[in-house]
Design a protein around this ligand. Structure first.
Ligand code: G1P
Length: 289
């Protein structure tokens, strides 16, 4: 029987060094694309895929991420008093069901695999999603919901994948591919950040995963991989052959918001999707090109 997907882990302990000084006193996941912080895009995408319980893997200086989903009594009362209905309505996605968000601290930056292992008590015996808020996906059907459909179809591990330029394989987890129907691909191997000359393909993992809880026992080995970090990709690779493992070429466009250019491009792409902004954005863009 395929278990329902209800849980998501959000690794948000990173220092955000690529966005200093903006991230000196605030979490990089609080940086907004248009008017919504990255963390909220991730939470809304997860909710749209049926996720009910969230675990943020945080670190020092990240309290704003939890605050963001709390009830802001004074703010809401003031907005109500002033009859600011639009502003009030804009807060709805930033409030979570009571008790649905929990946090654990990573304490030491030993890598993504270590961050996920820190959430082991939350994960328990259940399948779970991982969303890396830096990766923002613009799609008609949210990326994690596409992944969840594939999970209910295959009953196993699924990662969202996209082709990258061959010279960029050293930035991502890369798939070795078995059967491929053009959308769903069988994963027969996984390598973290291989040099282009060693890469088994140019199909890369983006920050959306649905994994089975057995991955935790491999993460617990704490083996160091690329960059001397505990890599999630290496633990996932050990599940291949034991459980179904697929990559899904999702429909949509991914923006790497951990990178300045990707972040700027996301601002433009998301603004152009907003009816109230797109006209003005188109107009001013003409001035610059
Ligand atoms: C992480 C993963 C990598 C994946 C990438 C997607 O790398 O380790 O496998 O391809 O996220 O964004 P990071 O970006 O943390 O270096």
């Amino acid at each position: 029987m395929i278990k329902k997907l209800r849980k998501a882990v959000l690794p948000v302990a990173g220092l955000g060094t690529r966005f200093l000084p903006a991230t000196k006193a605030t979490a990089k996941e609080m940086l907004p694309v248009v008017d919504k912080p990255l963390i909220q895009y991730a939470v809304e995408e997860a909710r749209a895929a049926g996720i009910e319980q969230f675990c943020m893997v945080t670190g020092r200086g990240k309290t704003a991420l939890v605050e963001h989903f709390d009830v802001a009594y004074e703010l809401e009362a003031t907005l109500r008093e002033r009859d600011k209905q639009d502003a009030l309505a804009s807060l709805s996605g930033a409030q979570s069901e009571p008790g649905s968000i929990t946090t654990v601290r990573q304490q030491v930056p030993l890598g993504l695999g270590h961050a996920i292992w820190c959430a082991r008590a939350f994960i328990g015996d259940d399948p779970f999603a991982i969303l890396l808020p830096d990766d923002l996906v613009l799609a008609d059907k949210p990326c994690l919901a596409q992944l969840a459909d594939a999970y209910y179809q295959t009953g196993g591990n699924i990662v969202a994948v996209t082709e990258v330029p061959p010279e960029q394989t050293n930035r991502y987890g890369i798939l070795k591919i078995g059967k491929d129907d053009g959308r769903l691909v069988e994963v027969i191997g996984l390598v973290e950040k291989p040099d282009p000359k060693d890469a088994p393909s140019n199909l890369s993992i983006i920050g959306r995963y649905i994994l089975m809880p057995e991955v935790i026992k491999y993460l617990a080995l704490m083996e160091r991989g690329a960059g001397n970090e505990v890599q999630l990709t290496d633990a996932m690779a050990r599940l291949i052959g034991e459980q179904p493992f697929h990559g899904l070429r999702y429909d949509g466009r991914r923006f790497d918001c951990g990178d300045k250019i990707g972040f700027l491009e996301a601002q433009i792409a998301f603004a152009l999707k907003r009816p109230e902004l797109s006209g003005a954005v188109r107009e001013f863009l003409k001035k610059y090109i």
